[in-house]
Every structure is written in structure tokens, then in C-alpha cells.
Design a protein around this ligand. Sequence first.
Ligand code: ADP
Ligand code: MG
Length: 290
Amino acid sequence: AIPLVMSRSTSIAATNGLIIRDNQAMENSRKIDYIAMDKTGTLTEGKFTVNGVISLSDLTEDKLLSLVSGLENGSSHPIANSIVKYAQDKKVSATDFEDVQAIKGYGMSGRVAEKTYYLVNLKYLKKENIPVDNKLVKTYLDKGNTISYLVTDKQVLGFVALGDKIKPNTVEFIKELKARNITPIMLTGDNQAAAATMAKQMGIEEFRAELLPEDKNRVIKDLELSGHHVIMVGDGINDAPSLAAATIGVAIGAGTDVAIDSADVILYNSDPSDIIKFLKLSHNTYRKTV
Ligand code: ADP
Ligand code: MG
């Protein structure tokens, strides 16, 4: 039978935006000293605005946008959704690509007229030794933009700069974590400059950028191995291994089935600050039972 205090907690949890899938998580919450959080969709809205479509070649802006939205038609990433919508609003039709593929952690690729195009991040350019030193790129990066570069034949043809908004409760939430002696660390696949700008605005001192999904998992495992107890908060399929490696895995939003299966707690209103409610509820529950 479910103990009375526990069943009461479960219904309190539901009214606070929480689904607690494993009651052990409530007991474990006392040990937590670190909280690792995915950036996009967890601390930010994950809804991007296109701030610039910039050609660095003889392509017109419309042609660039047509190629970029053609590649993004095959993706459901938040970056892709906003680019496709932006092109539709501008009445720019998407280029028809063959063999459109996702390149995990980097972006997209596709083929048209015997040429392969890539829409990728800075991490990919570094890996492939493709140079991009441009003043405009730097200006957008320093403002916290996420940038996707259009590449063919190892040449950058242009780029799209996108901005995301910090969720309304994020800043207050970070303050409350610190007041509870829980150290926040932000983990992201996004570029170093955007991560630094966003972390600063959120009041987060520790962050890791340009991470592949397996790198996020490694960060969690290393923290746990060095004696820390970590809550990991994430939303995507990619985050599932990290949720499983943490002392407490938290899936945020409707998420994916995979992330939800690996989570101990689900925040179904997509509000990270509901974690504070989880910590308070756990504290009260265990004060009553022990
Ligand atoms: P995150 O949730 O931190 O963005 P992801 O693993 O979903 O992590 O993506 C990592 C990075 O790969 C993104 O920040 C972006 O730069 C790039 N990326 C992935 N998919 C796409 C896409 N469809 N279009 C453009 N960039 C993408
Ligand atoms: Mg993500």
C-alpha cells in the first residue's frame, strides 16, 4: 500500500506541475548539491527568432534563405522550425534537396545539382577546418546569437543568426538554487559565445558549450564520480542518457517518450522553477515520515 503521506504528496505534486515517477527521487533530493541543465528549451523558450540572414558569397539573401529552409524542411529541431516559418513569411520557396540528413550535434546536409550543402554550427567548422573570420559573425555571436552556417566545398556561403528568449522564471529560479547551496551548471551544444552571454544573463557561472550528447553524459558521470549528487534537467531524445546517469533525472515539458522513460520527475508545465516545488515537497514529506 502507498503510505498516506506519500499519496498526499503525489496529489500535491500534481497541482505543482510535477509528476514524480520514482518516489526514491524525493528521498535522494536531500543529497543534491549540483543541478545540470540543458540550455535550449529548458532555461530558454526554445523558440528562435531569425535576427539575420547574411550572405558571405555571391548568393542573394533570398537564394541563401531558399537553400537553408530547404535543408531545414527535413528537421524538427527548434532552429529548423523557426527558419522554415521565417522563409514562408518572406514568401521564399524552399530549395528541393535530395538525401537530406541530420548530422547529430552539428546540423543538416543535403544534395542538389550534384553539390552537397551543409547547414552546420561552429563546432562543425572547427572539426572540418573551415575558416570563418568575419566581423559580422563576431557581432552576432557577442549578442548571444546561435548561428548556423551554410557550407559547400568547404566554403562558408553565408549564415543565419537566431536568438532565443530566456524563460520568465529562469533568473529567479537560479537565485533560489544558489540560496539552497545547489550549484547550477548549464550544458549546451550551442557555441561558446552564445552560451557565455546567456549564462551571464541567467546568473549562471558554470557552463559547458559545444557539447555533443555523449559529452553531456560524460559531464554528469564525472560529477557523480567525484562525489557530487546531480539533478539533470533536459528535454530531448539526446538527453536521455544524461538523465539516467544523474542521481535525479528530470524531463521538462511534453518532451520525448525516450526522455520521459529515463526521468524520475517530469515538469509538465515546462517551468524549470517547479524544481523548487519538488525540493520543498520532498523536504516536507521526509520530515513527516522520519
Ligand atoms: P541543444 O539542445 O543544446 O541545441 P542539440 O543536440 O539538439 O543540442 O543540437 C546541438 C547543436 O547542433 C545545436 O545547438 C545546433 O547548433 C546544431 N543543430 C542540430 N540540429 C540542427 C538543425 N536542424 N539546424 C541547425 N542546427 C542544428
Ligand atoms: Mg536540446
